[in-house]
Design a protein around this ligand. Structure first.
Ligand code: ADP
Length: 481
């Protein structure tokens, strides 16, 4: 099958979150399965700095509002294409700076979606399915139905993937001319959302199938609690909404071969994990009377979604119970300041690193005992999957993908892979961690739990097959079979 993945991020090229892991891993998996995949991304500055990109010789010329913007189609290797347009993408960040979103995001991603379709035509990719990812690609399925109605996409199905419904790409109606879309689409059945233009909704309206990244989240987004105002609309399309859980790249995340950790280990011999913990404690200058004191870590975006506020509220008690903590992340300034304040207060017990650091993340996953994810909501979550693979036991809120992928420890049956709590409250997190610490202190139960977690299979193979089945379904719908 010919599959085109259009995405604002993909590993190894550029990543700010889990979406990049998903698209990068799917591409690899499709190659392995002998499909014919391609990937299309904007050429952000970071990509040009780290990869040798080749000119395909093709150009695009896209109307953006009342002017035309030129772009070049570049490539890397046999599968990846990049749309170069320095005016839009040669910037320090992807979507905005810590001061806020770039003010021309509506134009940048309208350009990207149209340019992706133009590139598809110029390169004669003729995909059976185009897999769009998040709001940045939301206009593309609608362009296929409108401006590109007469082009060569009559056999091509469009799939809209929601990696996080909290980000929808909302813009003032004054931006409508930038998109080139007929005004008739600006209504509640189309791309209007409470008086604004909603890019993600454009994709949800016009795609043949809608997919999100866990079965639980696929149900949750149909409810007002998690639907971010789109639940009513999504309920109308519920028959085409599916959930496919994310996997992880088990080559990259493999404690028995990881080049970034001080000692490798496996489920059958976890002794190397102790060395990883010792080294990590030293690296972060955390003091602990002995290594048996538990080490709890958090890696992720510092955004309200990730639930750090209840962790911060519970921090005094958590530290008092003898736990050391490492936090790696970047994001909202307020949360950054809050965790840095905690690190100053508990200099020898809490280490905070603000920034994005892939290699340090490997060392943290390997050297920690617990991984904490108190998320308000979590479409799938990758952190808990990586943590389990590294024998680091997740302590998480029972929501979305966390609910699907972690099974709560049952002391009587000695089964489970982590610890879950329900209420979004500091006290529930503390209770849950209390339960976890009891098991941690019982070495036999603990090592059982660690082996259970490490034995889970989160490889992409199964999910990639589910995606192919989904494309087949979408193609049938599109072709009216
Ligand atoms: P989301 O997509 O909501 O950001 P996920 O849990 O799905 O969250 O994916 C986050 C991914 O990004 C994980 O692979 C995690 O290890 C990685 N990550 C997040 N923040 C950082 C950071 N500051 N440094 C290194 N890796 C990070």
């Amino acid at each position: 099958m010919k599959i085109l993945i259009v995405t604002p991020e993909a590993t190894p090229y550029v990543k700010t979150g889990g979406l990049a892991d998903v698209t990068g891993a799917l591409l690899k998996e499709y190659v392995r399965m002998n499909h014919q995949p391609s990937l299309m991304l904007p050429l952000y500055r970071q990509i040009g700095e780290h990869f040798t990109i080749t000119d395909t010789g093709h150009r695009v010329n896209i109307p953006v509002g009342n002017r035309r913007t030129e772009g070049r189609i570049l490539s890397h290797g046999p599968y990846a294409y990049f749309l170069e347009c320095d005016e839009f993408f040669d910037r320090s960040d992807l979507y905005g700076t810590p001061d806020g979103d770039y003010p021309d995001n509506a134009a940048r991603f309208a350009f990207f979606c149209r340019a992706a379709l133009e590139a598809c035509i110029a390169l004669r990719l003729e995909p059976d399915a185009i897999h769009c990812n998040d709001w940045q690609t939301g206009l593309l399925p609608l362009y296929m139905r409108t401006l590109y109605h007469n082009e060569s996409f009559s056999n091509t199905a469009a799939l809209m993937a929601i990696h996080n419904l909290g980000y929808q790409g909302l813009f003032e109606v004054s931006h409508l001319p930038l998109t080139g879309l007929p005004e008739a689409w600006f209504n509640p059945e189309g791309i209007e959302f409470y008086g604004k233009i909603n890019y993600l909704k454009a994709g949800l309206v016009a795609s043949d199938m809608i997919v999100t990244v866990s079965k639980a989240y696929a149900k949750e987004i149909l409810t007002p609690e998690y639907g971010y105002g789109l639940d009513g609309f999504l309920r109308k399309r519920a028959s085409v909404v599916r959930g496919i859980p994310n996997g992880i790249d088990t080559d990259e995340w493999n404690p028995s071969r990881d080049p970034f950790i001080p000692a490798t280990y496996s489920a059958t011999d976890v002794s190397g994990k102790t060395i990883c913990k010792d080294e990590l404690l030293k690296e972060c200058a955390l003091s602990t009377p002995d290594r048996n004191y538990p080490l709890l870590s958090f890696i992720g975006r510092l955004s309200a979604q990730k639930g750090l506020d209840i962790f911060i509220e519970a921090a005094d008690d958590i530290i008092a119970s003898g736990v050391n903590v490492i936090i790696l992340g970047k994001g909202d300034e307020e949360i950054q300041n809050d965790v840095l304040r905690l690190a100053r207060k508990y200099r020898r017990q809490i280490f905070v690193k603000i920034g994005y650091d892939e290699q340090f993340a490997h060392r943290v996953y390997a050297g920690s005992d617990f991984f904490i994810m108190p998320s308000r909501y979590e479409p799938c979550g990758l952190g808990q999957l990586i943590a389990m693979r590294y024998g680091t036991v997740p302590v998480a809120r029972r929501t979305g993908g966390l609910r699907d992928t972690i099974s709560d420890y049952q002391p009587l049956r000695v089964s489970g892979t982590g610890f879950l709590f329900d209420d979004y409250r500091a006290s529930s997190l503390k209770d849950c961690l209390g339960r976890a610490l009891c098991v941690y202190m019982d070495r036999r139960r603990w090592s059982n739990l660690v082996s259970n977690a490490m034995a889970q299979d989160f490889s992409w193979e199964r999910s990639a097959k589910e995606y192919i089945a989904l494309y087949e379904d979408a193609i049938k719908r599109k072709r009216g079979q």
